[in-house]
Design a protein around this ligand. Sequence first.
Ligand code: ATP
Ligand code: MG
Ligand code: MG
Length: 553
Amino acid sequence: ANAAPAHFIREIIAADQRSGKHDGRVVTRFPPEPNGYLHIGHAKSICLNFGLAAENGGFCHLRFDDTNPSKEDVEYVEAIKADVRWLGFEWGDRLFYASDYFAELYDYAVELIQAGKAYVCDLSADEVRAYRGTLTEPGRESPYRSRSVEENLDLFARMKAGEFPEGSRVLRAKIDMASGNVNLRDPTLYRIRRVPHHRTGDAWCIYPMYDFTHGLSDALEGITHSICTLEFEDHRPLYDWFLDVLQTPCHPQQIEFARLNLSHTVMSKRKLLSLVERGLVNGWDDPRMPTLSGLRRRGYTPEAIRAFCERIGVAKRDSTADIALLEYCIREDLNRRAPRVMAVLRPLRLVIDNYPEGETEEMEAVNNPEDTSMGTRKVPFSKVLYIERDDFREEPPKKFFRLAPGREVRLRYAYYVTCVDVVKDEQGEVVEVHCTYDPATRGGGSPDGRRVKATLHWVSAAHAIPAEVRLYDHLFAQADPDDVPEGENFTAALDPHSLETLTSCQVEPSLAGTESGSRYQFERQGYFCADPDTTPDRLVFNRTVPLRDTWAK
Ligand code: ATP
Ligand code: MG
Ligand code: MG
């Protein structure tokens, strides 16, 4: 087995295991907020958290961080579960919801009030912000900061009971308005929100804030290592403050790592949601989206995504991974696994003048040269074929070695053919190519040893099945779409040509009955996956990735 590459979190955990810091236990969690679909950045976190737990014989919890009811939905909960499973990870009975801790969290808040470490504040949201100060200016204390414990207990109970309007009061921790860390300047713990929650209904009209909820949920679940992204580094003192001040079952350790950024796409859920809501893509699972559901529909395998997450590594400094690396990972996986087939995306008729009318031969084709155990199949060959329009030029430029008048090429698994004539339509466009074939070249070699410089894929016109093929490019042509000029929307950088739909493709008959999700290499073209739009009488394929980088030219 491959030794997992070292990285700083693996080292921290190994050291904790040696010192017995958490009694030898490793318990991690993946804590998505159910306010959108998971993306490839989440995959990095999932692989890391589930991976570290598995490596150490521990557990990884799936916890929905569902404390902001206005943006959350069960649709997202179900999609997230499906995506984590698809990626290859199981949480067993360790499925949790932060909303299940609402009662405990309320009691912790009361405990803080009783200890004189929290108060009800009547400043408006704008005032709270203004009083907070800036990085260079200390904050000012709220006039409500000195309320008595009794008054705070009473007001907080009445906040819970629904006596006050939304936005009129919040509960704040009493820490230090002069702290150099703005997060410690009396952060808000609870706000009033009259919004039904997708799990607790209208049982609550006050909801706890992320910072208060997160560490306490970790502690309630016995998490040992709470792994999060770098933007929470400045929140760690607050994470620790709650756990130090309150009587919690344990004190998990927060560890931050650099989030994954990927070139040619955006990753924030807010931006992805805006693409969906504005109809700029066809839903969360549009194959151009960096979501796991989009990548799955595009034809990505869980194995390729896990390999990518392992390759990019885990670091402490932000960086952007090149989408070419993700594409490399899926090519590497599918090269080993995907059966080869012949599909003509932009068909041009080829007629073999000296081939017998009405005859069909079965040509033997290799299913995967990387894996002989995948066997061979028969592909029908006859007088009229389709070849790729791009594979013929009436006036071939230099270095174009494919079919042209007078030129001989090999038809894959079949014969050598020589172009003898062309038929044009009224506009002068070539609509049919006429060839002769050499019967002695059956199987693709010539007894006299003469060479041809090109091998073309083809399908037999009488046997081929029509198909629709969707060719995708990157959502954004520019590498860093987040890097937009001031005042300009990120969507201005969307590539209007990121989807090209070809509706008159012809594929070999072995693809009859292809089921949604099946993956193939279309010879000489790339990797393709049958789209869920496929039905028994309509084939639809998505191009997962071309065979080689063509975009990076
Ligand atoms: P966004 O900022 O896109 O809305 P988020 O961080 O709010 O994402 P959560 O649902 O809170 O999304 O994320 C769940 C977990 O996934 C968190 O622990 C978060 O740190 C991690 N995560 C989110 N995005 C990335 C990323 N790009 N790279 C690595 N981990 C990520
Ligand atoms: Mg979040
Ligand atoms: Mg966020």
